[in-house]
Design a protein around this ligand. Structure first.
Ligand code: ATP
Length: 644
């Protein structure tokens, strides 16, 4: 600041001077103040500079701090960014997963929705259908109700009429049993026409290890013709012809063989005695035919098992008409001594020691006794144990015991089985469920000892004795059958134990069947011819009548008789079936009317009724009564149903 002293301003005298001094003082003060101000300004400037510097420093610090902060922030930012990025990715992934889940859920719910819709639709359709059906049902039930009312009235009229008819028919049905009996009689006549003694020839196949062997069998005819050839003779002389009821070739099965035996079992249950035996040299297949091979399967079962099996089957189909009791005995005849094969005593008793044998031989006591067949119970060896059987299983067990005992005896007495006769006897006791009448019959199944001839010069001692016994009993058997076939007044049953035991089943109205077993090997030619000759002799006369009349007249007459009998049987069967149907109808009638079968309310004067056994069905009835199986007037039937 500049302070000026203006010249124009003339100092006034003294006052003026004072004024000047005062002004000067003021000026000085002003100057001082100015200085002070300048100092202050300088100080302030300095302060300002200081402050400025401080600001600069602060600025620098601030800048540094800012930079540090920025760097830290940047690093933290980066880390945070990375973390965020990672999280973001995770979230994105979760998001994608959730999206997928949502999509899946959407799809699932969509399909469920569709299914439900479908179901709903189906239910809807079903409900509509049910409702429709219900409506229809309601309509039809109403119309049915009306129908029923109508039918009830017409039925009651109809039943009244039917009742009258049934009453008449019931009288006709009374003849049911008489017709059945007549049917059985006709069947028996048919069996008799076929021959009460039949001979079936069976040729054994070559066994394993016998390949390349030459056979003696040249021809097997359909009707039982057999031609064997003798290799040592040429031309006509080398051939021998035989004729039997049937010839089974080597390929014949057990089933085929049994099928022709079956009719005899029906006869057995009708009260006729039957005897089936196998004859032939050792190893020709007798046991195979009668029993079957060892541990045989059901297919391989022989006649014994099949026969019993069939007996159970047939007796079951007849259970309404007859109650059957079946019992079995099994004995062996060795050296004219009879032994029980089913005894529960040890083999010692069955096969006594030599000393005991000698002792008892002397007393003639050690073998089982044979009684005459006139016994009321029909037992020819009453002391042999008797075993009731109710099933094939029982039979198998018994047979096994018997065969085991026979085998034990065989070991003890040197392969005795082929040199002894085994006889299985089946006793049948039937009771008519309606009349209480009873019938008894027996079936003998015999596996004979080997029929080969033993050269007396070659064997001695026990073998000779055995051979003599076998020859004696077999020729006694041949004689008996021959005498029977000849209808001779005297039949030599007493000539052997075998024929005594079989007496009840040989002769009279009994049916006899012999299986002639042949070994086809050329080495057995002469034995086979002997066997065939025996069989020819046995079957000779009765069958011969038909066989010898080569012009065919007798045969034709017999065939015509057979045909007419068959016709009659068929007619009777039809009648039986018709009567059975009527019976069934009657039962239906009773059931509908709520009557008891025996109390016909419509019958005014019907006699008191005994409930009558009925066959299961017309078909079963036919099965029972048709075929060539039946016969009726057996000698053992004590009280038969009345004949018409
Ligand atoms: N039809 C057949 N098919 C197959 N094998 C058979 C036939 N017949 C017999 N055989 C077999 O021949 C052999 C002798 O048969 P089997 O024992 O039955 O003769 P067999 O005449 O009873 O003899 P044996 O007099 O010694 O008792 C046995 O091995 C048997 O299995």
């Amino acid at each position: 600041m500049e302070y000026k002293v203006f010249a124009s301003e003339a100092p006034p005298c003294f006052s003026e001077e004072n004024e000047i001094i005062t002004v000067l003082d003021t000026e000085n003060t002003k100057m001082e103040e100015k200085k002070k101000v300048e100092q202050d300004v300088a100080r302030l400037m300095k302060e300002k500079d200081d402050n400025h510097n401080q600001i600069l420093v602060l600025k620098q610090e601030l800048e540094m701090a800012r930079k540090t902060h920025e760097e830290r922030m940047e690093t933290e930012g980066k880390l945070a960014q990375q973390e965020l990025q990672q999280r973001l990715e995770e979230v994105m992934q979760l998001l994608t997963e959730s999206k997928n889940t949502v999509k899946e859920l959407e799809a699932y719910s969509e399909s469920k929705c569709q299914r439900w819709n479908k179901k709903e639709h189906i239910y809807q359709v079903f409900t509509d259908f049910q409702l429709g059906a219900l409506r229809e049902l309601r309509f039809s039930s109403q119309s049915i109700r009306q129908e029923i009312l109508k039918t009830q009235t017409s039925y009651s009229d109809e039943f009244n009429r039917l009742g009258l008819k049934i009453e008449a028919l019931e009288n006709a049905a009374e003849n049911y049993y008489a017709i059945l009996a007549e049917n059985q009689k006709l069947h028996n006549e048919l069996q008799e026409l076929k021959g009460n003694i039949r001979v079936y020839c069976r040729i054994r196949p070559f066994l394993r290890g016998q390949t390349g062997k030459q056979t003696i069998i040249e021809y097997i005819g359909e009707n039982g013709e057999l031609v064997v050839v003798n290799p040592s003779k040429q031309g006509k002389d080398g051939h021998r012809s035989f004729k039997f009821n049937k010839v089974y070739g080597p390929a014949a099965t057990q089933v085929e063989v049994f099928s022709d035996t079956q009719p005899l079992l029906q006869s057995l249950l009708d009260g006729y005695n039957v005897c089936i035996f196998a004859y032939g040299q050792t190893g020709s297949g007798k046991t195979h035919t009668m029993t079957g091979p060892e541990s045989a399967s059901e297919d391989e079962w022989g006649v014994n098992y099949r026969a019993l099996n069939d007996l159970f089957r047939i007796s079951q189909t007849r259970e309404r008409t007859y109650k059957y009791e079946i019992k079995v005995q099994m004995v062996e005849i060795y050296n004219e001594q009879v032994h029980d094969l089913l005894s529960s005593d040890g083999p010692q008793k069955r096969y006594p020691s030599l000393a005991i044998v000698i002792y008892f031989v002397f007393l003639d006591f050690h073998t089982l006794g044979i009684l005459s067949t006139s016994q009321t119970n029909g037992l020819s060896v009453p002391d042999a144990t008797m075993h009731p059987v109710t099933s094939t299983f029982d039979v198998i067990e018994l047979m096994e015991t018997g065969l085991r005992n026979r085998a034990q005896g065989a070991t003890a007495l040197n392969e005795r089985s082929s040199r002894s006769h085994s006889v299985v006897t089946i006793h049948v006791h039937g009771t008519d469920t309606k009349t209480g009448a009873s019938l008894r019959s027996s079936l003998h199944l015999v596996d004979l000892a080997g029929s080969e001839r033993v050269d007396r010069s070659e064997v001695t001692g026990d073998r000779l004795k055995e051979a003599q016994h076998i020859n004696k009993s077999l020729s006694a058997l041949g004689d008996v059958i021959f005498a029977l076939a000849q209808k001779s007044p005297h039949v030599p049953y007493r000539n052997s134990k075998l024929t005594q035991i079989l007496q009840s089943s040989l002769g009279g109205q009994a049916k006899t069947l012999m299986f002639v077993q042949l070994n086809p090997d050329i080495g057995s030619f002469s034995e086979s011819v002997n066997t065939l000759k025996f069989a020819e002799r046995v079957s000779g006369v009765e069958l011969g009548a038909a066989r010898n009349s080569k012009d065919g007249r007798d045969v034709r007459e017999l065939m015509e008789q057979v045909a007419s009998l068959k016709d009659t049987i068929a007619k009777k069967d039809e009648e039986i079936e018709r009567l059975q149907l009527l019976k069934d109808l009657k039962n239906v009638y009773h059931n509908v009317n709520g009557d008891k079968p025996g109390s016909n309310s419509l019958r005014s004067k019907s006699p008191a009724k005994i409930p009558r056994p009925q066959p299961n069905s017309p078909k079963e009835l036919l099965k029972d009564s048709t075929g060539l199986q039946k016969s009726v007037s057996g000698s053992n039937i004590s009280n038969r149903p009345p004949k018409r």
